[in-house]
Write a protein of this length. Structure first.
Length: 331
C-alpha cells in the first residue's frame, strides 16, 4: 500500500511502458522490411554476377547509344546556351578621312531606322521597347584606332523577362528598316559581350598583290552573304586616307626647281606655318599663316597654286611642274 501522494509513480511507469511498446513495434517492422530488401538486393547481385558479361555489354551499349544521340543531334543539348541580352549596338566604320559631319549624317539615318523599329515592335509590348540609346563618335569596339570615321550607337532594351521580342528579331528589323548604306565601309549589329571573344568564322587571305587580295576579299564576302543567317561580314583590308601624289615632270628640272622646293612651299600653304608667339597678359597666342579654306578644298586648287622660283622669284603654276594623281595611302 502506497500513500495517495505516491500514486503518480506507478502511472508514469505505465505510460513509459506503452511508449516503449510503440517504439519497439516500429523498430520491428523497419527491421523486417530492411531484412527483406537486403535479401532482394543480395539476390539481384548474385544474378548480375552470374551474367556479368551480359551486364557489362549492356552498360557499354547504353553509353554508346547516349553518345550517338548527342552527336547525331537527336538529343538537343547546348553546354553553355546564349542568353538573350538587353543591349544591342550598331557599329559604323566610314572610309578614312571622312569628316565628322558626314559620319553624323549616316548616324542620323541609323537613329531614324531605330525609331521606326521601336515604333513597330513596341506594339507587341506593354510599353516602349527601347529604354535609352547612346551615340558615341570617334570609337568603334571592333577597331582599336580612333577617328572621325568611327561611331557606334548602343541601345538599351527592356529586360528579356519583360519583353516578347528576341534580340535577333529586333536586329533583323532594324537592319531591314535601315536598308543599304553605300557610304559605309562596314556596319554591324552586335550584342556587346564581356571577356575575351573571337569571331564566329575567321578566314585569312594572303597575297603580295594588294589589288588581287582586295578583289578576293570582295568575292569571298559576297559568297558568304549567300548563306542564310550569316551577318556582320567585314574585312580588315581598309583603304587609307585620300591623298594627292605629286610626281615631278622630267622637264621641270630644267627650270632649276626641285621636289624639295615644291614641298617647302606646299606644306606651309596647306598645313600652316608658325610665324611667332604673342603674349597678352597671362595668355599666349600662336600666329600661323596658311591658305584660307576656300582655296584648298577642291582639286582645281592645285592647278591654281603658284610655285615661286627660289632664285628668279618667278611664279610658275604647279600643274606645269608636277603630275598630280589622286590616290589613297596605306592603312
Amino acid at each position: 500500500m502506497l500513500p495517495n501522494h505516491l500514486s503518480h509513480a506507478l502511472q508514469s511507469k505505465s505510460k513509459d511502458g506503452k511508449w516503449a511498446q510503440r517504439v519497439g513495434s516500429i523498430r520491428a517492422r523497419f527491421e523486417t522490411k530492411f531484412t527483406h530488401w537486403n535479401q532482394q538486393i543480395l539476390h539481384l547481385n548474385h544474378v548480375l554476377i552470374r551474367y556479368r558479361y551480359l551486364v557489362f555489354g549492356t552498360v557499354i551499349a547504353t553509353f554508346l547509344l547516349s553518345l550517338s544521340m548527342l552527336v547525331s543531334g537527336v538529343l538537343k543539348f547546348t553546354a553553355f546556351p546564349d542568353i538573350d541580352g538587353d543591349v544591342l549596338q550598331a557599329r559604323l566604320l566610314m572610309p578614312n578621312g571622312t569628316p565628322l559631319v558626314k559620319t553624323q549624317q549616316t548616324m542620323q539615318k541609323i537613329e531614324q531606322a531605330l525609331a521606326r523599329t521601336n515604333a513597330k515592335l513596341s506594339e507587341q509590348e506593354e510599353g516602349e521597347l527601347v529604354i535609352a540609346s547612346t551615340v558615341v563618335y570617334g570609337e568603334n569596339p571592333d577597331y582599336q584606332d580612333q577617328g572621325a570615321n568611327l561611331a557606334y550607337i548602343s541601345v538599351d532594351l527592356l529586360s528579356a523577362e519583360q519583353r516578347n521580342t528576341h534580340l535577333q528579331a529586333f536586329s533583323d528589323l532594324w537592319r531591314k528598316e535601315l536598308g543599304d548604306v553605300p557610304e559605309a565601309l562596314s556596319l554591324s549589329f552586335k550584342e556587346p559581350k564581356l571577356g575575351p571573344q573571337g569571331r564566329a568564322v575567321d578566314i585569312r587571305l594572303q597575297s603580295d598583290d594588294i589589288e588581287q587580295l582586295s578583289q578576293a576579299a570582295y568575292e569571298l564576302k559576297n559568297w558568304l552573304k549567300g548563306y542564310p543567317g550569316v551577318q556582320n561580314i567585314t574585312d580588315d583590308l581598309r583603304p587609307g586616307k585620300p591623298e594627292f601624289t605629286l610626281t615631278l615632270k622630267p622637264d621641270a628640272l630644267v627650270t632649276g626647281i626641285t621636289s624639295a622646293d615644291i614641298a617647302q612651299q606646299l606644306r606651309p600653304a596647306f598645313q600652316g606655318s608658325k610665324l611667332s608667339d604673342i603674349h597678352v597678359g597671362l595668355e599666349n597666342y600662336e600666329v600661323t599663316v596658311k591658305l584660307v579654306e576656300q582655296s584648298m578644298d577642291e582639286y582645281s586648287d592645285f592647278d591654281n597654286f603658284l610655285i615661286i622660283h627660289p632664285k628668279s622669284q618667278v611664279a610658275i603654276p604647279l600643274a606645269a611642274l608636277v603630275n598630280i594623281e589622286q590616290t589613297r595611302g596605306s592603312q
